[in-house]
Each structure stands twice: as structure tokens, then as C-alpha cells.
Design a protein around this ligand. Structure first.
Ligand code: GAL
Length: 405
């Protein structure tokens, strides 16, 4: 029996996958108040905010591991005028929510892998959980991502450590009244899909989608999509996290950007853009803000779509049950190096009779089809559809009702 009461873990902060923007993929550790403010302004002016992107997440680099004699985190106020409370207030003043970042160990990733600043010892929350999470909450942050560089090096146990952190966040929320989305980032270490659902809003399922200094690659996008497949772990408020988006980053084509967002949408994954919002093209903006694709991701049932068929090796069909009757999102994924036809068969999706097919990217109906629908899919790309028909007598694949564990 516990001697110190711990409030229930803050595990019901949101009911749909968090959407927003995070600083890491584009800026690495080179962030300050000016960088974040410019992105905040662009999230509003570009229409991303209106499309549902809400969290502005400050990742690695905001803090160099310094504390005052009492142990409280201190930051360089030349870079962050008014401290971190001021940037959180600026984000809130635009109607958005604020996210921050730390590490489970004593030293953070900026100590082990410097990315634009000198190695920063002490840049983790190890030994300071209650103090730091209360501080983040008092500063006004609504989201905290907890990384694992120090945790890994110090050989901490992922489940035990993140459980302690969840308890600290719950105590902070109890004091301030401000709930915080808790994002576990152990890169899949400790299989967080087995224990994350009772503890956190989201848990990373794999390594980074892009490494510092490298270009976005479809291989990594597909690898992270694959590693995130834990459909029974997911339910409203609790999500497998295949990592932040590389949509709109250098070298990615429009087709690759659409495929990437489609993969995350069929997964019901958190959508945290990682490109430079202030300089993105109109084409990237149109992709990121596509209402029908976002609606697939944000569907209130919170399901993770799962593979229902493999037409041939690496020609795959994924289905996601959507709210309502007889509604599915369908993804035809061509993992091969050549263009190929892929067929979605209604029986594998738990549907029967004639089914209406819609292209969410263009918002156009494709007609009704008796047994299935075939599309030509370019190499390493995907076709995304929404379909509406009659429910079959038995649910197809993993798309039927799932009681989340
Ligand atoms: C990694 C993490 C990335 C990013 C980076 C910062 O461990 O997976 O998402 O936060 O650290 O150094």
C-alpha cells in the first residue's frame, strides 16, 4: 500500500490523436524564442491551426542542463526572453497549446548527440522528476515528451521509469489543474504498447523517422509505419506514435508527402508536422490541411488501421473502421519498386453488397463497385480511399470492433 497518495495517471487528456508541429525535424537543437514564434505565426496564417494543428512542441535544444542552487531549471534569457513561461504564453495567445521536452535520465540526447550546440551534461530530468514536471506545468505547458537517451545509457527500466514519470505528471496536474499530454519516447524499448495505454497519451514505437543531417526517406517512413502496428493497444486517447512527420521536407515529392500522411491517417497516429511552416509551399500546405484525410486520422473511434490483405508480396491493403455504419478508410500500399495494381475486396473489409468509393485527396466520388476496387499504385506509394457500404455478417480482418486492452 502506498504511503504517499498518487493521483490517477493522466491518461485521458485527449480523445483524438494530438495534432500540431514540433521543432526537431527541421531545426534540431538550433531553437530559440524567435524560431518558435515565427512557426507559431505561420501555423496560424497558413491555415494549419484551422485544420486542427494545435500543439507547438519545443523539442531538443531549449535547455543546456543548468539549474539554480535550489535545483530549478534555468534557461538563457537572451534566447528565451521572459523564460519558458513567456513562450508558452505567446503560444496560448494564438489559441494554440504548448509542448516541451526532456529526458528520463540525468543527461539528455543533447549530451550524447550534440546537434548544433555544445554537448550539454545534466540536460535530463533524472533525479528531478517532481520538480521538473511541476515546473513545466507551472510554466503553462500542455504537452511533455520524455526522451530516453539518458534512460538508455543509465540502463533504466522503461516501464518502471515512465510509470514514475507518469506519477510525477499526475502530481503536477493535481497542483496546477493543467493536464499534460504525456508522450513516451523510448523508441519502442520496453515494448511500450503493452503498458503505455494505461499511462500515457502516446508512445513512440521505433527509432527516429529522420536523423540529424540526413534527408527524409520513404524507406524510413515505411519502416516506422510498419513498427507502429499494434492495433489492439490503440483506443481514443492512447496512440501508437510512428514519429513526427517529414511531409514537406526537402527532397520529398508531392506523391511521397501524400503517401506519408495517408499512412499516418490510416494508423490514427498523432500528426505532428516537422517541416518549416513559415517557408512551406502551397502544395505542402494543401496536403497537410486536407480535411478529408485529417478526418480519417481523427476519426472518433480511434482505431489503428491494420493490414487486411496482401495481394502479392509487398502489395498490401489496410482497412480502418470509421465511426458510423459500413464506413472504412482503405489504403492500397505498394511497397515494391514498380507501379502495380492493388485490389481492395469488400469481404476482407467486412463489407457486403455494392460499396461507394471516394477519393479523400480530391474529395470526389469514384462510383459504386460490386465486389472490390482496383487502383494502379506507383512504386513506394499508396492510394487512400474512404468507402461506404453495408456491414457484413462478420467483421473483416482487424477492422471490426476491438476492445482496447
Ligand atoms: C531522439 C528522439 C527525437 C528527438 C531527438 C532530439 O531521441 O527520438 O524525436 O527528440 O532525440 O535529440
Amino acid at each position: 500500500m502506498r504511503t504517499v497518495p498518487v493521483p490517477a495517471a493522466p491518461n485521458n487528456v485527449v480523445t483524438t490523436p494530438p495534432m500540431g508541429w514540433a521543432s526537431w525535424n527541421t531545426f534540431a537543437a538550433r531553437i530559440d524564442s524567435n524560431v518558435i514564434r515565427a512557426q507559431v505565426d505561420a501555423i496560424v496564417s497558413s491555415g494549419l491551426k484551422d485544420a486542427g494543428y494545435e500543439y507547438v512542441n519545443i523539442d531538443e535544444g531549449w535547455w543546456q542542463g543548468t539549474r539554480d542552487p535550489a535545483g530549478n531549471i534555468t534557461v538563457d534569457t537572451a534566447e528565451w526572453p521572459g523564460g519558458m513561461a513567456a513562450i508558452a504564453a505567446y503560444i496560448h495567445s494564438k489559441g494554440l497549446k504548448a509542448g516541451i521536452y526532456t529526458d528520463a535520465g540525468r543527461d539528455g540526447c543533447g549530451y550524447y548527440y550534440p546537434t548544433g550546440r555544445p554537448a550539454a551534461p545534466g540536460s535530463g530530468s533524472g533525479g528531478h522528476y517532481d520538480r521538473d514536471f511541476l515546473q513545466f506545468s507551472r510554466w503553462g505547458f500542455d504537452f511533455v515528451k520524455v526522451d530516453w537517451c539518458g534512460g538508455y545509457d543509465e540502463r533504466l527500466d522503461p516501464q518502471a521509469t515512465y510509470t514514475r514519470i507518469g506519477d510525477s505528471i499526475a502530481r503536477a496536474t493535481a497542483q496546477t489543474g493543467r493536464p499534460m499530454v504525456f508522450a513516451i519516447c523510448s523508441w519502442g524499448n520496453g515494448s511500450p504498447w503493452n503498458w503505455g495505454p494505461g499511462l500515457a497519451t502516446m508512445w513512440r514505437t521505433s527509432q527516429d523517422i529522420i536523423y540529424h543531417g540526413q534527408s527524409a526517406s520513404m524507406d524510413r517512413v515505411l519502416a516506422n509505419f510498419g513498427s507502429a502496428q499494434h492495433p489492439t493497444a490503440q483506443s481514443p486517447g492512447h496512440y501508437n506514435d510512428p514519429d513526427m512527420l517529414v511531409v514537406g521536407m526537402p527532397n520529398f515529392t508531392a506523391g511521397q508527402n501524400r503517401t506519408h500522411l495517408a499512412l499516418w491517417a490510416i494508423s490514427g497516429a498523432p500528426l505532428l508536422a516537422g517541416n518549416n511552416i513559415a517557408t512551406m509551399s502551397a502544395e505542402t500546405r494543401a496536403i497537410l490541411t486536407n480535411r478529408e484525410v485529417i478526418a480519417i486520422d481523427q476519426d472518433p473511434l480511434g482505431r489503428q488501421g491494420a493490414k487486411v490483405a496482401e495481394d502479392d508480396t509487398d502489395l498490401q491493403v489496410y482497412g480502418k473502421t470509421l465511426a458510423g455504419t459500413g464506413k472504412r478508410a482503405v489504403l492500397l500500399l505498394n511497397r515494391t519498386g514498380v507501379t502495380a495494381d492493388i485490389t481492395a475486396r469488400w469481404s476482407t473489409l467486412g463489407l457486403t453488397g455494392s460499396v461507394a468509393v471516394r477519393d479523400p485527396w480530391t474529395g470526389t466520388d469514384r462510383g459504386s463497385f460490386a465486389t472490390g476496387y482496383t487502383a494502379s499504385v506507383p512504386a513506394e506509394q499508396a492510394v487512400l480511399l474512404t468507402v461506404t457500404g453495408a456491414e457484413g455478417s462478420s467483421p473483416g480482418g482487424h477492422t471490426g470492433p476491438i476492445v482496447a486492452g
